[in-house]
Design a binder for this molecule. Structure first.
Ligand SMILES: [Mg+2]
Length: 366
């Protein structure tokens, strides 16, 4: 490996791509009709790195207006210094939410750029702990008919998934009977060996979550995600003590302080590199989890997480979220493929090996 002579960041561009869902979708506490990917392209030394976050198009403005000048002219190999500078620049705006999603997209592009400058695959730069990363099928929106859910399950089975997750907590936990009936439908279609997982997206309060959780235990469900709001750490702790299924949360964590608050109250920590500071923040969070003997699972953005997930010893699995699995092939070429129940990070091309598709422009909104 020849290390380039201190290349400087010479350009940062950003764009937003919005992909409509096939029809309106919902989980327990939110509805949506589209998903927006906000991309960052960072250039230095004749190479370009690509990163993105799933967020509002407003994040593109944060990147352009608040981070551009902070990043440009910095040493392209010193990601940690650039990360700290971006974080400092967000002080008066609040460093969580959109600002951290903006930092995350830049950080991911930066890791890709650095690997390309060094002419190594990103998996080599990050270091490999696993040659492939197990995925679980995720989707099962509360808006789906039984037949539509069956289609999703078939898609997950085709990819070799041995664990599957659906949304419950419909309409803020007011349809518990249907929630449990859908879990029974999942069990029937997925078959006995499949690990069943559910996500309530904070739709219940503690009492209802305890009663639902007891029924889930009887149905053999092993993963109960956000049974109550992730802000209710006392509630998560009470449910973790009361139930056999694992309690999982973490998708909204933005930094090590958020992560530290959740670690004592979950059985598995979920981390989203597009929200918690990019690969830099994700690796820090995974190390914090490791310090308490916890596993980590990734949240959404499967093509990006394949690389960082392969780099940590305490990985449980990667969420193969159906909306993102559907749109990422429309956004980029060269993404890791799902087969045999796992994603296989690219170990041949420099960086993460992904580039914007020639026709992605038709989804571009900003
Ligand atoms: Mg979730």
């Amino acid at each position: 490996m020849t290390i380039p002579d201190s290349p400087k960041i010479t350009g940062l561009t950003t764009a937003a791509y919005t992909f409509p869902t096939p029809e309106p979708e919902a989980d327990g506490t939110l509805q949506w009709k589209a998903t927006t990917a906000v991309t960052v392209a960072l250039t230095a030394g004749g190479q370009t790195g690509l990163g993105w976050t799933y967020s509002s198009p407003a994040t593109a403005a944060v990147i352009r207006d608040e981070l551009g000048d902070v990043v440009c002219a910095r040493d392209a190999l010193d990601i940690a210094a650039g990360w700290s500078a971006m974080h400092r620049a967000g002080r008066n705006l609040g460093t969580r939410g959109l600002v951290m999603q903006a930092i995350s997209a830049v950080d991911i592009a930066w890791w890709d750029l650095k690997a390309r400058l060094l002419d190594v695959p990103l998996s080599v730069l990050l270091g490999r702990c696993h040659s492939e990363v197990p995925i679980y099928g995720s989707g099962g929106f509360t808006t789906l008919s039984d037949d539509q859910l069956a289609e999703q399950i078939e898609c997950w089975q085709d990819a070799g998934c041995t664990a599957m997750k659906i949304k419950i907590g419909e309409s803020w936990g007011t349809h518990i009977g249907r929630d449990l009936a859908r879990v029974e439908w999942l069990r029937k279609l997925a078959g006995t060996p499949t690990e069943l997982m559910v996500d309530a997206n904070g739709g219940y309060r503690v009492g209802a979550a305890r009663r639902v959780g007891a029924a889930l235990d009887d149905l053999g469900v092993t993963w109960f995600e956000e049974p109550v709001s992730s802000d209710d750490t006392d509630g998560l702790a009470a449910l973790r003590s009361a139930l056999r299924c694992d309690i999982a949360a973490g998708e909204y964590a933005a930094d090590v302080y958020d992560i530290r608050a959740l670690i004592p109250v979950v059985d598995c920590l979920q981390l989203d590199a597009t929200r918690c500071g990019g690969f830099t923040g994700w690796l820090r969070g995974a190390a914090l989890a490791q310090s308490q003997n916890l596993q980590v699972s990734t949240h959404c953005a499967p093509s990006l997480h394949a690389f960082v997930a392969a780099a940590v010893p305490n990985l449980r699995h990667v969420e193969w979220f159906i909306d993102h699995a559907r749109l990422e092939p429309l956004l980029v070429d060269g993404l890791p493929t799902a087969r045999g129940g796992a994603l296989h990070p690219d170990n041949a091309r420099p960086g993460h090996g992904m580039s914007l598709r020639y026709d992605a422009e038709k989804w571009c909104t900003t």
